[in-house]
Design a protein around this ligand. Structure first.
Ligand SMILES: CC(C)(COP(=O)(O)OP(=O)(O)OC[C@H]1O[C@@H](n2cnc3c(N)ncnc32)[C@H](O)[C@@H]1OP(=O)(O)O)[C@@H](O)C(=O)NCCC(=O)NCCS
Length: 161
């Protein structure tokens, strides 16, 4: 049975590879230059914007869980952040990101990670879980919808050619 444990520095290459993969997929209709730029900037973005680097978080209020298989293999991760909703002040648990490695998808591990998010929110007395998902990410949207998440905002863009 896979188990969830806190992130450690040895997870860094796996975390970065899966997360970059997810971010690249979420770009949708993008140019090769944009993709190359994201690849190059990604670790620095995590460091500067999220205060996260190989050794972990530099500020409190966030947790990163790693899903590990029986043989210790990296199966996926779940990043949770505490924040108050900017408009309403409601304490919210943000699923900053989650991912399952490609070869392990479709085995209910994504569902398991989201159960962990709910459990963590309950333990903290938090009643709202929020997340952002790319419009082209059908699989993740289906999962969240099935778990009872509603869409409250859409971000739209148009590329002028
Ligand atoms: C989204 C993701 C986490 C789902 O994880 P997973 O382990 O494959 O999902 P599960 O096996 O738990 O399946 C949960 C639900 O996802 C959907 N799903 C799973 N496999 C699917 C497939 N091949 N096609 C379409 N939907 C699928 C179904 O709704 C499924 O529910 P079901 O089990 O009742 O059929 C995974 O696909 C992933 O890591 N994607 C890349 C990273 C990502 O998109 N993260 C989300 C960013 S917000």
């Amino acid at each position: 049975m896979p188990r969830l444990r806190p992130y450690g520095p040895k997870d860094w290459p796996h975390f970065i590879a899966l997360e970059l993969d997810t971010q690249l997929d979420s770009l949708g209709d993008s140019t090769e230059t944009e993709r190359a730029t994201l690849r190059e900037r990604f670790p620095a973005l995590l460091d500067v914007k999220m205060a996260f680097s190989k050794n972990g978080f530099r500020r409190p209020g966030a947790e990163l869980w790693v899903l590990e298989g029986d043989a210790g293999e990296y199966l996926g991760h779940l990043w949770l952040s505490l924040r108050d909703d900017a408009r309403t002040g409601t304490p919210t648990l943000q699923v900053t990101t989650l991912g399952i490695v490609r070869e392990a998808r479709g085995r209910n591990y994504g569902r398991l990670l989201m159960q962990k998010a709910e459990q963590s929110a309950r333990e903290k007395g938090i009643e709202v879980i929020a997340l952002e998902v790319a419009g082209n990410n059908r699989r993740a949207r289906d999962l969240f919808k099935d778990l009872g998440y509603d869409t409250i905002r859409r971000t739209m863009h148009k590329r002028l050619r």
